[in-house]
Design a protein around this ligand. Structure first.
Ligand code: 5AD
Ligand code: SF4
Length: 475
């Protein structure tokens, strides 16, 4: 089951292939780990370098520039990258001038280790410094160590058209904001990605229109906390805005409304919502537009108000359940998914029971589940003892995973017997006679191909299911 892969680590690696504009004779290999935001950033990186004439390769052995876009959210992600860098280093034997670089969230923390102590890489670049990559590559090629991990208060890459690296050509990620100001005590993101800033809505709308023109039929608006999106033009922080400026600015509900109007055939999704900031306004905009998908990813992290307080999440169990009630009321049938951490500092068996009972009460369709991994610099690392023994963290994780498996199966079964509007993404994994797509709730639906093709919308009568896939026929 998909959830089982995720317990271990939600990281996926991917090599990419795309055409170049004006070839400079150099080949780029780019591998991405971590969240959707990182994959979206890789599309910015690719765009910047293709513009400089790079071509790409899926084989790092033949690359002149090898980049790995990294994730620092949990410890095991870091270990994996370290291993990968050892593989990449082999390239230097036949191509001593090759440039090996680390991009993204690990850059700031591990810069000196990677560059100097272990001599694993030639270049280290943080998530706000990608415009500087062409210069830094040149610097590295001339034998100097190239580094830029400066975090910006303004950078949103608003004017850079991402080079779409996804394989299906149907769904595109559109980054709407960067960074995070929340300071959840377990989370390293505010340190690796810096302060929160929102992107100009006009550039977001243009990107969505361009995606539609290019054949895409779904956009996912991305941000660490999309509900706190606020664009005021002057780059001012929310707290600093006058009432007048606030009225003139664009919030997330308004942005969502505008994106939904780009085209009724362009589906809109978004991620990630934060329970403390998710307003009824957003839910009402979702209910108003048929093309905004009925699916909300609302990370709860824990079902215990005591643990939530220590996590600095800014809400209680009751507040969270009230938000769920609002979703159920305003958008009946909405798919709901979540993130859960087991074994956070001070978590008792009682707290664990509260997490399990909350999961049951909500009946999540899907969940990403993790054992707590202490991260350097975070509030939790400074304030609390990582006192839940590893085997207990793992046992609790297994309990959460087992319960979620039942909940996901029940949620899948509940969708059988109805007609679902499906956006086709491509062939099913098992057969080229079958197509796969997703319904509004984000469940995978599989059905016979007939004359349909990816990018089409079809109505599928679902007649059966496996644990996580709906099976049916176009009606
Ligand atoms: N340990 C375990 N899981 C974490 N997450 C974030 N930081 C940590 C950590 N230190 C999880 C949270 C978050 C998701 C993206 O990753 O559940 O919502
Ligand atoms: Fe991390 Fe919390 Fe920000 Fe999410 S909202 S990125 S968990 S600090």
């Amino acid at each position: 089951m998909e959830t089982e892969k995720i317990i271990d680590e939600s990281v996926q690696g991917e090599a990419l292939l795309m055409p170049s504009k004006i070839p400079n004779g150099k080949k780029l290999f780019l591998e991405s780990y971590g969240c959707q935001m990182n994959f979206s950033d890789s599309e910015i990186v690719a765009s910047i370098l293709i513009d400089k004439g790079f071509t790409t390769t899926q084989n790092f052995e033949e690359a002149d520039v090898i980049f790995v876009n990294t994730c620092a959210i949990r410890d095991n992600a870091e270990n994996r990258v370290r291993q990968r860098l050892q593989d990449y280093k082999r390239v230097k034997r036949h191509n001593p001038d090759a440039v090996i670089g680390v991009l993204g969230c690990m850059a700031e923390r591990l810069k000196s280790q990677f560059l100097e102590e272990e001599k694993l890489v030639d270049l280290v670049v943080g998530p706000d410094a990608y415009r500087d990559l062409p210069n830094l590559i040149e610097q590295a090629e001339s034998g100097q160590k190239a580094i830029n991990v400066i975090l910006s208060k303004e950078e949103t890459y608003a004017d850079i058209a991402p080079l779409r690296l996804d394989k299906n050509g149907v769904s595109a990620f559109v980054s709407i904001m960067r960074g995070c100001d929340n300071m959840c005590s377990f989370c390293v993101v505010p340190f690796t990605r810096g302060r929160e800033r929102s992107r100009d809505p006009e550039s977001i709308l243009k990107e969505c229109r361009d995606a539609f023109e290019a054949g895409y039929r779904e956009v996912t608006l991305l941000g660490q906390n999309v509900d706190s999106y606020l664009y005021s033009g002057g780059g001012l922080k929310k707290e600093k805005l006058t009432e007048e400026q606030k009225l003139a600015s664009v919030n997330f509900a308004q942005l969502l409304d505008k994106v939904a109007l780009v085209n009724p055939d362009l589906r809109v999704r978004f991620s990630t919502s934060h329970p403390k900031d998710m307003t009824d306004d957003v839910l009402e905009v979702m209910a108003k537009h048929e093309n905004i998908c009925n699916n909300i990813h609302l990370p709860v992290q824990s079902g215990s108000s005591k643990v939530l307080e220590m996590m600095n999440r800014g809400y209680t169990r009751e507040w969270y359940l009230d938000r769920i009630a609002a979703i159920r009321h305003i958008i009946p049938g909405c798919g709901i998914s979540t993130d859960i951490i087991t074994g956070f500092c001070g978590e008792t068996d009682e707290d664990q029971q509260l997490t399990l009972s909350l999961m049951q009460e909500v009946g999540y369709d899907f969940a990403f589940m993790f054992a707590y991994s202490e991260r350097p610099k975070t509030l939790a690392e400074r304030k609390y003892k990582d006192d839940v023994p590893e085997p207990v963290k793992m046992k609790r994780l297994q309990e959460v995973v087992a319960l979620q498996r039942q909940l996901s199966e029940a949620a899948t079964k509940k969708q059988v017997g109805y007609v679902h509007k499906v956006l086709i993404e491509g062939f099913s994994k098992k057969s080229e006679d079958m197509l796969m797509g997703r319904n509004s709730q984000n469940s995978v639906v599989v059905f016979p191909k007939l004359h349909y093709k990816k990018g089409d919308y079809v109505n599928v009568m679902v007649s059966s299911c496996t644990s996580s896939t709906l099976i049916g026929e176009v009606v």
